[in-house]
Design a protein around this ligand. Sequence first.
Ligand code: FES
Length: 165
Amino acid sequence: MSASALTTDPRLKLVDRTIKKFDARGDALLEVLNTAQEAFGYLSPELIHYVSHELRVPIARVYGVATFYHLFTFKPKGEHTCIVCLGTACYVKGAGDIVAALERDFEVKSGGTTQDGKLSLTTARCLGSCGLAPMIVVDGTVLARNEPAATVERVRAATTTKVVS
Ligand code: FES
């Protein structure tokens, strides 16, 4: 992902919100990285640079912290990623059923990647667009007001197209 693609990515809003919540303090680095990983599924070099810049923390330190904790990954696991928001607004509108349907249909557990490496399924806390609940993000595209069967179809369509990055 290029730096310009990153700045227009809707998932960055979530990272920005966490940065703002902590007044862009450097000691919020772990929390911000956690949000970034949750929103994007992994920490790209562009994302690491962004966090470093926004928190005014040297890039080496960002990498140092990110590599110290095993929960962070630096590469997308699957060819495609689907993030289902499980924040309160999305959850009450059926996000749990969406996760269950995706897990069943793609034979993958939340937090995992399908055996063929095509799809990584993750969940996140509020992605900051509750009016779109229940919302999911497939390969960086926000999809609003989802329901289980249609979501499975949309994700299936996405996983049969090649990612161009
Ligand atoms: S709870 Fe899903 S976007 Fe806020």
